[in-house]
Design a binder for this molecule. Structure first.
Ligand code: ADP
Ligand code: ADP
Ligand code: MG
Length: 455
């Protein structure tokens, strides 16, 4: 199969990233857009563009019928879903294939099995990969799960099977809270994700988030090593690195082997990420979920391995066997990504849409900025607030931190508040410099006076 024309069913910086990969492969691109995005950079960069609906995502970027009609009209033969929106919707993947097109990602069946968080836990367990202690599969009758909750112990997490992006997770500390919150969690999941499935997990108190990048062609799978994403706010990553600087080579080998084992067990095709929690006091790691798509933080892996993950995923979807052997994947140096959001970090991170003035982007060796912004760009209020990702590479972590500081000092984005001041403050922090943090460190730090350094 050859892809001649790829439709990008997404927006923002990831749409730009996909267009770049496609153009380098000689593939024509079609950018879909909502009426709020008609002036966007991906629309300007793509060979063609087509409007798919009004600003509300449910009527545009989440509107499968409208996207499929746009693909038919423009003669696209493949669709790349990016992340978020329809990227982990198995029915959409099936519909794309039923319409005779290529879905750039795993099959609908694999997404059903691995994109659903409760079912992925079962698959991981069956493949011999340790999961966080918790319920087996989704809870059918949440109120009947009381004895199970007592067995797991408190605090525990109630998670939505279809949750993502840090949403759909609640922590409960007692049986009373559990009985009260479980039905609410299910109802909320149904309205937020269209699926009321929930499951339980023990809370791992002191953990680091470490995830493994996978590439598979349906027959073979390899890993591209790990990323460390413990600096989080509201369970969403804000700063990511590769490789993880605090684990031993033995732990790294075990994590990567477990991730490949899981990918092989499901005959994984495409790019995916297997996420783990690494328990600091015990050194044990547990599978938490798999993301069956490209992730926001994929560039740090690209910077340390030299592999173009978007190019690989497009080639695999076109039926090409994996071009890499495991031994071809070699790590060099260290990479850090910070997520620049249009939010005010000094004011509860409230979203800050608006029109951009002058922009100065940092440059020089080892610096990459994945973004859709340009001077005069108007950030619409309808979508997430990611403006771009500053990605730093250098020979080792200490040098990468120095380079990040320098890059952040060069960066100016006028017109809106951004999270850049947060990252400037974090670069100066001793714990961050020493990589001495867990997944809750950032929220603890933000609740202290130290956070007043964000200016
Ligand atoms: P990553 O796992 O790539 O680090 P995030 O968790 O930050 O990505 O999510 C990336 C984007 O996708 C965010 O805009 C997030 O809100 C969105 N997203 C991820 N999963 C879901 C989901 N299940 N439902 C809705 N939005 C999601
Ligand atoms: P999402 O689908 O939103 O990405 P995840 O299940 O991957 O949700 O969890 C997001 C983050 O929440 C993790 O990176 C971690 O910081 C925290 N978390 C998730 N599960 C647990 C757990 N069992 N114990 C402690 N923290 C957890
Ligand atoms: Mg996750």
């Amino acid at each position: 199969m050859k892809i001649n024309k790829l439709l990008i069913a997404n927006r923002g910086e990831i749409a730009v990233r996909i267009i770049r990969a496609a153009q380098e492969l000689g593939i024509r691109t079609v950018q879909v857009y909502s009426s709020a995005d008609c002036d966007s950079l991906p629309v300007q960069l793509a060979d063609e563009s087509i409007e798919i609906g009004p600003p509300q995502a449910i009527k545009s970027y989440l509107n499968a019928d409208s996207i499929l009609a746009a693909a038919a009209k423009t003669g696209a033969d493949a669709i790349h879903p990016g992340y978020g929106f329809l990227a982990e919707n198995p029915d959409f993947a099936d519909a794309v294939e039923a319409a005779g097109m290529i879905f750039v990602g795993p099959s609908g069946d694999t997404i059903r099995r691995m994109g659903d968080k409760a079912s992925a836990r079962e698959t991981a367990k069956a493949a011999g990969v340790a999961t966080v202690p918790g319920s087996a599969g989704s809870l059918d009758k949440p109120d009947e799960a009381v004895s199970l909750a007592e067995e797991i112990g408190f605090p525990l997490m109630i998670k939505a099977s279809a949750g993502g992006g840090g949403r759909g997770i609640r922590i409960v500390s007692s049986i009373e809270e559990f009985v009260h919150q479980a039905p609410q969690a299910s109802a909320e999941a149904r309205s937020a994700f269209g699926d009321g499935g929930i499951y339980l997990e023990k809370v791992i108190e002191q953990a680091r988030h470490i995830e493994v990048q996978i590439l598979g062609d349906g027959k073979r799978a390899i890993h591209c090593f790990e990323r460390e994403c413990s600096l989080q706010r509201r369970r969403q990553k804000v700063w990511e690195e590769a490789p993880a600087s605090t684990i031993s080579q033995k732990t790294r080998d075990e994590l990567c082997t477990a991730a490949v084992k899981l990918a092989v067990a499901v005959g994984y095709r495409g790019a995916g990420t297997v996420e783990f929690l690494y328990e600091i006091p015990t050194g044990k790691f547990y599978f938490i979920e798999m993301n069956t798509r490209i992730q926001v933080e994929h560039p740090v892996t690209e910077q340390i391995t030299g592999i173009d993950l978007l190019r690989e995923m497009i080639l695999i979807s076109a039926g090409k066997p994996l071009s890499l052997e495991q031994d071809d994947v070699v790590v060099r140096g260290h990479a850090i990504e910070v997520r620049l959001n249009a939010e005010d970090p000094a004011n509860g991170f409230i979203p800050f849409p608006g029109t951009l003035g002058n922009i100065t982007l940092p440059g020089g060796p080892g610096i990459r900025f994945d973004t859709m912004i340009y001077p005069g760009y108007c950030i619409p209020p309808f979508y997430d607030s990611l403006l771009g990702k500053l990605v730093i590479w250098d020979e080792d972590r200490t040098s990468a931190m120095r380079r990040l500081r320098r890059a952040l000092d060069e960066l100016t984005i006028e017109g809106v508040k951004t999270t850049a001041p947060l990252f400037r403050a974090l670069c100066r922090n001793k714990d961050v410099q020493a990589s001495a943090y867990d997944t809750r460190w950032l929220e603890r730090w933000l609740s202290t006076n130290a956070a007043s350094q964000i200016v």
